[in-house]
Design a protein. Structure first.
Length: 218
């Protein structure tokens, strides 16, 4: 089985390190490559780089899986839909140091990095990225294509909708909801619900403006 890492930037190289570490222990994949439609190099960090079209030509759907390694939630959605529409299965990758509790559901294409804690009865939908040392409390729900950065802590019963981006070192009080396509700035403290399509920050965090273009990295 071939693993295609869709995205060859910094996050892609982090996911490569994660996948190679798993491979050293479990031999999960015969080959690990990058997919990048704007590639300028043929090899990055020792792994071949393919456009998506070239990847399709080289590796049939029954011989390869894909994981999305892009930090922009809206782009994660686009690449997830493209991957699935072309018949490829999304690969979930969980670092061996991560803890996943009982009766927790983890969707397709989820990345759980080093040192994460995911408590019991959590539901993580497809293509979610949990960066290193994030903590997800009991009974939380995290929607498709959401990015949870390092040192974020969600207390119990939080609901994070689709395509949310939570910056580093953000604590979230129990029972909070964050609406789809919202961005929470680094170091914010979430004590009340955040509506959809806003950029929120501060202590306590509050909406500062609408997330008009739906992008985190500009």
């Amino acid at each position: 089985m071939v693993l295609g890492i869709y995205g060859s930037g910094g996050l892609g190289r982090e996911v490569l390190d994660l996948a190679q570490g798993i491979n050293d222990f479990a031999g999960a994949w015969d080959k690990i490559v990058f997919i990048d439609d704007f590639k300028k190099q043929s090899v990055i960090s020792g792994s071949d780089v393919f456009t998506f079209d070239d990847f399709q030509a080289a590796f049939p759907t029954d011989a390869a899986k894909i994981v999305i390694a892009v930090g922009e939630p809206k782009v994660r959605q686009i690449l997830r839909e493209k991957t699935v529409q072309n018949g490829y299965e999304l690969q979930t990758i969980i670092h061996p140091t991560a803890f996943v509790g009982s009766k927790t559901q983890i969707g397709n294409g989820v990345i759980v990095q080093f040192g994460c804690f995911v408590s019991c009865n959590v539901k993580i939908d497809d293509n979610v990225l949990l960066q290193a040392n994030s903590n997800i409390g009991h009974d939380c729900v995290i929607g498709n294509d959401t990015v949870v950065s390092s040192f974020v802590t969600l207390a119990g019963n939080c609901k994070i909708e689709e395509r949310v981006y939570i910056g580093m070192s953000v604590p979230v009080r129990e029972g909070i909801s964050i609406g789809a396509d919202s961005i929470v700035g680094m170091g914010s403290v979430i004590l009340r619900n955040i509506p959809a399509n806003v950029i929120a920050m501060g202590n306590p965090a509050r909406p500062m403006k609408n997330n008009e273009d739906g992008r985190v990295f500009k």
